[in-house]
Ligand binder design. Structure first.
Ligand code: PEP
Ligand code: MG
Length: 757
């Protein structure tokens, strides 16, 4: 039963048309359970009723016509109870309601399970049988599992307004909203371009093509490339591999012959299926045939076939990916948007980003904010394959994505976009004025930087220094570690542009969610693993090259070089890093470079560092809080996991207390104190941190003007009064509610997210 279940689920989710998917499901379930009837009833919210959406066994003419009120029949009963109902003799049950002309009178056994998505009943899945018998527990579990799969598909179909859904009203069809979490603020309307994960046969949807010739050609090319790959292997290993192994590769080549796989796939394409869909179908069929074989050797060959299929798919997708065009206002959609993807799209064409994984604190979201591109993260339910080329409206303030948005919503959003533009232009006037409170308290606003395209934006917006250069970003867009000379060029470009302002270079911070393709780290708990300073202390050769590049890049400049160490969790790490930096300094001066000694600072990102902040401050030149990681580690909430995104609160009282304690420690040791987490770039964060006595707030260029606008309109004494109140509060909700009210009362409501409409 388990293999049958897996088979049904796989094939079911592969159907791209809802109508085909449900039809497939009812007939498969009917035969798998040896039942006489399987039907799906779906809720029509407008008519407050269940409508028969698919059936195998009842009168097919009733599909779309048979309607049961919410309180009618066993279907209504299952829906109300939101639990399975399993009956031996349905017609004798008090809730039974006979639908005229359905042919239902002949059936006694009844098993109905609710289709529930996110706690909402969407419909009921029913099997019936003429014998008066009770379905057993295994059958019930089988149906419940399928209903859970069905729920996701129904909710997707509902959201994209699938016309095959029975009588979903226009009111429901428009404004289909997928909720994620805010990634980067702003609203954008554009065309979805979906980047699919590479070579995942299971995820390939069925799709009709109108250009069979093109599909046949790309198939031919892909197969030829795979043949070539295999021939290369045979040639390369002809001397070293045993004959038996080599024969296997020959067998692969035969499998690709016209009278084997190639011919079958081609035949599917000729029937109108696109090449990837045809490939998947043929491979699936062959693999399931092998899976049934007794002989273990032959069963193994199924795995070979699958592997071969993947190789063809990879070539097919490469062919397609090369052709990807990015229209104006592209909404980039992917299961997991990566920094590398962003680097490959012309910035002027990128309108918004939607990722079904990740959350607002993922590095991609941080990059999106720096680029000023609205982004929604963790939109788990968005059916990526179905929104390709569709118009999407992305609201980065609230983390919402609207598929097929209504005219009204588009108009409203255009208005908000225009308002934001006007405000942005107004803010640009503040570029050259200092960031000082009404009562004369001066703080510094610096930028977080990573992509070179941030440079001009940062200077245009009046950044007074670089507070965080995420050096791993240039490392990510390479296919090997960059050399000292290459790094030096990139660093110099930034330092020269900011001259004579200070530049804070963070040493390589990989691990966690930031990986280098050429330096893979596989761990069960990457955020608690080999990350940041832990990696570079274990690889002094990488660390030294980087520090030397920083020092040399700074040679001859007035601007101070500040070197900042990520993920410090004990003093010994600071001591070891300082020793390496000193060594690099000696080497560079020996080489004849005239370089100043850099300032060395510690990032406070781990709770341990909060408690040792004084000692760390004493041993270093400055402290900078990385509140993104500090929040994640204080609250034990993975910053990337959308499921717990609601728990990730930078205004959590524990986080606020930690930030205040670090400030005290730095003040006692009389060391400069900065913060470069995202909290610094929020109006609430900026006001509270200024009150605590943080000297430098470092943030992305996008947020900088707004923060300056807020700070310039407030008294430090008022901010300190607010902080005193906040320090008494016991929940994140209380803090944000209070601060929103205070800022609104102070006439600063314009920088708070717009009110929901
Ligand atoms: C932080 O953790 O707050 C920080 C600034 O570093 P990153 O976001 O790059 O981890
Ligand atoms: Mg960090």
């Amino acid at each position: 039963m388990l293999t049958v279940l897996r088979h049904i689920v796989m094939r079911f989710t592969a159907h791209s048309r809802f109508a085909d998917a449900v039809k497939f499901l009812v007939s498969e379930v009917k035969s798998a359970m040896r039942a006489d009837v399987c039907s799906i009833y779906l809720l029509n919210p407008q008519r407050s009723a269940y409508v028969l959406a698919a059936t195998d066994g009842l009168n097919p003419a009733k599909v779309g016509n048979a309607v049961l009120a919410l309180d009618q029949g066993l279907v209504g009963f299952v829906g109300r109870r939101a639990e399975p109902i399993n009956l031996q003799n349905a017609p004798s049950h008090r809730e039974f309601h006979y639908i005229q002309g359905s042919g239902e009178e002949a059936f006694h056994a009844f098993l109905g399970v609710p289709i529930i998505h996110q706690r909402r009943v969407l419909g009921v899945l029913v099997v019936q049988q003429s014998d008066a018998r009770k379905f057993d527990e295994a059958e019930e579990a089988f149906l419940v599992t399928l209903a859970a799969q069905l729920a996701t598909v129904v909710s997707h179909a509902e959201a994209v307004g699938d016309s095959a859904l029975p009588q979903i009203s226009d009111a429901n069809r428009v404004d289909a909203c997928f909720v994620g979490v805010p990634g980067a603020p702003g609203i954008a309307i554009g065309t979805a371009v979906v980047i699919h994960p590479v070579a995942n046969l299971e995820a390939v949807p069925e799709r009709q093509t109108d250009d069979i010739v093109v599909e046949l050609l790309s198939l031919e090319r892909a197969i030829a490339q795979v043949r070539q790959d295999i021939s290369n292997i045979i040639e390369q290993f002809s001397d070293s591999l045993p004959k038996q192994e080599l024969a296997l590769f020959d067998a692969y080549l035969h499998m690709l012959d016209e009278n084997a796989l190639a011919g079958d796939i081609r035949a599917e394409v000729r029937l109108g299926q696109w090449a990837q869909g045809a490939l998947k179908k043929v491979i699936d069929e062959h693999v399931s045939r092998f899976a049934l074989m007794e002989d273990p050797y032959l069963r193994e060959r199924g795995a070979d076939l699958k592997d071969l299929g993947l190789q063809i798919l990879a070539h097919l997708q490469n062919i397609r990916q090369k052709k990807t065009v990015f229209p104006k206002d592209t909404v980039l959609v992917a299961e997991e948007v990566t920094p590398a993807m962003l680097a490959n799209i012309p910035t002027e064409r990128l309108g918004a980003i939607v990722s079904t994984k990740g959350s607002g604190n993922s590095h991609v979201a941080i990059l999106a904010r720096a680029m000023g591109i609205p982004a929604v993260m963790g939109a788990i339910d968005l059916p990526t394959y179905q929104v390709e080329n569709e118009v999407l409206l992305v609201d980065g303030h609230y983390g919402e994505v609207f598929a097929s948005p209504s005219k009204k919503r588009i108009e409203l959003s255009r208005e908000l976009i225009a308002q934001e533009k006007v405000f942005d232009e107004e803010l640009m006037q503040l570029k050259d004025v200092p960031c000082v409170t009404k009562d004369g308290w001066r703080i510094l606003l610096w930028v977080n930087i990573g992509l070179s395209s941030d440079l001009t934006r940062s200077l245009d917006r009046g950044a007074e220094g670089i507070g965080l250069f995420r050096t791993e970003i240039p490392f990510m867009s390479q296919d090997r570690f960059p050399t000292e000379a290459e790094q030096r060029v990139i660093y110099r470009e930034h330092m020269a542009a900011f001259e004579p302002r200070p530049v804070t270079m963070r040493t390589l911070d990989v691990g966690g969610d930031k990986s280098l393709s050429y330096f893979p780290i596989n761990e069960d708990n990457p955020f608690l693993g080999w990350r940041g300073i832990r990696v570079t202390l274990d690889h002094p050769e990488i660390f030294l090259v980087q520090v030397r590049a920083m020092l040399k890049a700074n040679a001859g400049l007035e601007g101070i070089l500040r070197i900042m160490l990520p993920m410090i969790s004990s003093l010994s790490e600071l001591t070891a890093a300082k020793a390496l930096i000193n060594r690099a300094y000696d080497e560079v001066t020996e080489e004849g470079f005239e370089v100043k000694r850099p300032s060395i600072g510690v990032m406070i990102e781990v709770p341990a560092a909060v408690y040792q902040a004084r000692a760390l401050a004493r041993e270093s030149d400055f402290l900078a809080v990385g509140s993104n990681d500090l929040t994640q580690y204080m609250l034990a909430v993975d910053r990337n996991n959308p499921r717990v995104a609601q728990l990730y609160r930078d205004v959590h009282p524990a986080v606020i207390l930690a930030l205040r304690d670090v400030a005290r420690a730095a003040h006692i040791e009389n060391k400069p104190l900065g913060i470069c987490g995202e909290f610094a770039g929020t109006p609430v964060g900026a006001v509270l941190l200024m009150a605590m006595g943080y000297h430098v707030l470092s943030m992305n260029a996008t947020h900088l003007p707004k923060v300056k606008w807020v700070i310039r309109q407030i008294n430090r004494s008022d901010a300190q009064r607010m902080l005193a109140k906040v320090l008494q509060m016991q929940s994140a909700e209380a803090v944000s509610g209070y601060m929103f009210q205070q800022l609104t009362d102070a006439g600063l409501g314009r920088v708070l997210p717009h009110h929901h409409t």
